[in-house]
Write a protein that binds this ligand. Sequence first.
Ligand code: 3HC
Length: 348
Amino acid sequence: MFASKLISNSTAAGRKSSAFVATYDVAVGRNSYFSTPTTRRNSTTPTTTTIDSSGFDKIGCVGLGLMGHGICQVAATSGVHSKIIAFEQEQRFLDSGNDRILKSIDKLVEKGKLTLDDANDAMGRTEFTTDMDALRDVDLVVEAVIENIDLKKDLYTSLGEICKPETIFASNTSSLSIGEMAAFSGRPDRFLGVHFFNPVQLMKVVEVIKTDDTDPIVLEKGLKWVEEIGKVSVLCGDTPGFIVNRILVPMLMQSMSLIDRKDASVKDIDVAMKLGCGHPMGPLHLADYIGLDTCYFIVSGWMEKYPDESDFFIPACLQANIEAGNLGRKTGKGFYHWEGEKRGDPVY
Ligand code: 3HC
């Protein structure tokens, strides 16, 4: 396999020109609608753009789980950074993140979507470490650790002390408040959200989240960076679920309510939404794919914070799956049976 030919870690290889990176067709993305410099119509955006590039030479990726490994990989293969510091607190999580990146890169090389040289360059630019001090002089930290606000607050307190004052922090949280985390970083003006989608390697959009305190230049840098790594940015304020999850997660809950009421089967709900709405996966398939624990965590957090919002509720079948330890793809059972990455028959 190609992974055996990949260098897992080495001195930094040459930096690619940004022209190489700009391969994604952004016809419907920011380049066409928001060419620079421009005046923007959306009140959540600054009025003008003033920068040509993010200027992020060296970046840090904190957390190499499901989302974090993908973000690290996409940043590394984009070729725009001289160095990517991939950080996990524990060696076993660092190793599994490294392994996930190698497996995904292997797939891309095998399918001819990435050359072996580019794959080796990407891995050569990536330093895997459990030493937080290595993040001291990065220009950007992208954080994708587990969704625990207390853990994130502690992390940002430490990062705020360790990183140089200019370092910008960006959280990949899917449902927590960016402002709440920013307050613990000691640099709320240099803090934003960058919310990627699973699988990060394939999903093209990234939500960029600003708070009232985010410096407009920091926001511009965040938007530019998303474009530089080959994704399309959309901008949103610091509101629960941002754009996608605010629409998607209540839809997932509604699909589970149909199950609770025995109105339709798992298979028919998914077929209906695939063929009726053109979704690539039906909602129950997607819930399993995301992880039922993640869905549960998002909604229960919102219910606690916004008890009057009727869209935020936990269907009985989700509750039952959680209690039984059936979390979807990751445990082999949820609304479907799973064999690794392969979805099997519906459970009911
Ligand atoms: N790395 C590299 N390659 C990968 C990969 C990865 N991580 N994952 C899949 N691939 C490859 C596959 O090998 C396959 O390659 P091939 O076409 O050459 O055989 C290709 O990508 C397509 O994969 P599949 O054949 O498995 O299946 P699909 O064509 O159905 O595409 C999908 C998969 C892109 C996941 C598509 O089904 C899809 O778009 N599903 C919806 C996903 C979605 O909605 N994500 C958002 C979830 S919400 C979220 O993330 C927010 C969070 O906060 C909760």
